[in-house]
Design a protein around this ligand. Structure first.
Ligand code: NAD
Length: 383
């Protein structure tokens, strides 16, 4: 009996539609090669959603996602579009954060690998790259400062002492912005389990990132992660303050296997780790929610954003979007062979010297500068 996997494809804004087109091309090649059946339905999101229906996450798009087995997402947000639209209705909050909350996507997995053939694209000197960089950042995605309440900007009166040694104080109307960081034990426990399980299938080391020297949240994080570690005796746990973690990523990235981070630290460190792979255009991500029956519901997207600077010019690297489909096949559908085939096809295209602008250097004699479409064609053909 063959299963039809239902995929909601939400391309979004900027380079989203260009890279999504290539990812679907590759999925169709995989479908043919492995005799699979993908029901791929496209729907607007982001500014495309606002233009179509007035909402960044149109009701019909959300309904489609709910009927699907996984969401394949491009990216949303165009910083220069209509500043009069309030923050809550803009795509980053109204679409992206809403989907994460709606589907309980609490675990974000961002693999960062530097293929040997792209060593030149890494900003670090070769001796710092060791035998290759291979890090999995596991980021908690639905807690912490991005969601904690209260979250607001409010007016207050600021007392401003004057030059007459404090005799006169002027009350000035000012504003203060408040964000709140909240983590509960169960939230930390479940993301820690994801990190330890992932590490036990890799090089068996978890580096837990926190700021336990300053934040109450950091103390609780460290305490809970230490307790969960006892259930995974084959995995080594180390703790690292986030500022040191940021530095160590640049100094000795090969020391890391799995980095376990709360939401904001993971956001920042995963982009920093991404730089090691040479380009955001190379990096996929998976956001996982609860398993229902055989399938784990997941949301798969490139690590980068809408790249307005290169959108619509056939310049974007589609590999991040294409590798995101591989993660979808592996984590949500359990199609490991098909996922491996996509990753191998990306490797083949890279080895053949295919380079979009972000990973191209003229110093590589055998490299060929190609566009988004040509890279997608080469990968689909390799599949
Ligand atoms: P960005 O990731 O869009 O771009 C940063 C740099 O990386 C740019 O120079 C861009 O050209 C390059 N880049 C990114 N993806 C690339 C690719 N596939 N190929 C080649 N180069 C690539 O970040 P930004 O400029 O800070 O943000 C632009 C918009 O994207 C903002 O509105 C932001 O909110 C949004 N954004 C959305 C998501 C998302 O939807 N998940 C994530 C990050 C940023």
């Amino acid at each position: 009996m063959s299963t039809t996997f239902k995929i909601a494809a939400l391309a979004g804004d900027g380079i989203g539609p260009e890279v999504m087109r290539e990812a679907i091309k590759v999925l169709r090649a995989v479908e043919k090669k492995f005799s699979l059946s993908f029901q791929i339905t496209e729907a607007p999101v982001g500014w495309a959603g606002i233009d179509a229906t007035g909402k960044a996450l149109p009701d019909a798009t959300l309904a489609l996602c709910k009927q699907s087995d996984a969401i394949l997402f491009g990216s949303v947000g165009l910083p220069d579009r209509d500043p009069t639209i309030p923050k809550e209705e803009r795509p980053e909050r109204a679409a992206l954060l809403r989907i994460r909350k709606e589907f309980g996507l609490y675990a974000n997995l961002r693999p960062v690998q530097l293929p040997k053939a792209l060593a030149h694209a890494c900003p670090l000197r070769p001796e710092r790259q060791g035998d290759g960089i291979d890090i999995l950042v596991v980021r908690e995605l639905t807690g912490g400062m991005y969601f904690g309440q209260p979250k607001k900007t409010e007016d207050y009166f600021h007392e401003e002492p004057q030059a007459d040694e404090g005799a006169t104080v002027i009350m000035r109307r000012a504003q203060r912005a408040i964000d709140t960081m909240v983590y509960t034990t169960p939230e930390i426990e479940r993301i820690a389990h994801v990190a330890f399980k992932a590490a036990s299938l890799r090089r068996k080391k978890v580096t837990s990132i926190d700021k336990a020297n300053v934040l109450e949240n950091g103390v609780l994080w460290r305490d809970v992660v230490t307790k969960i570690a006892k259930q995974y005796p084959d995995v080594t746990l180390e703790h690292m303050f986030v500022d040191n973690g940021a530095m160590q990523l640049m100094l000795r990235p090969t020391q890391f296997d799995v980095m376990l981070c709360e939401n904001m630290f993971g956001d920042i460190l995963s982009d920093e780790a991404a730089a090691l792979a040479g380009s955001l255009g190379m990096l996929p991500s998976a956001s996982l929610g609860k398993a229902t029956g055989e399938l784990t519901f997941g949301f798969y997207e490139p690590a980068g954003g809408t790249a307005p600077d290169i959108a619509g010019k056939n310049l974007a690297n589609p590999i991040a979007q294409i590798l995101s489909t591989a993660l979808m096949l592996r984590y949500s559908f359990g199609l490991n062979d098909a996922a491996d085939a996509i990753e191998a096809a990306v490797g083949t295209a890279i080895a053949a010297g295919m380079r979009t602008g972000d990973i191209y250097t003229p110093a590589e004699a055998t490299a060929k500068k190609v566009g988004t479409r040509e890279m997608g064609d080469a990968i689909a053909a390799a599949v």
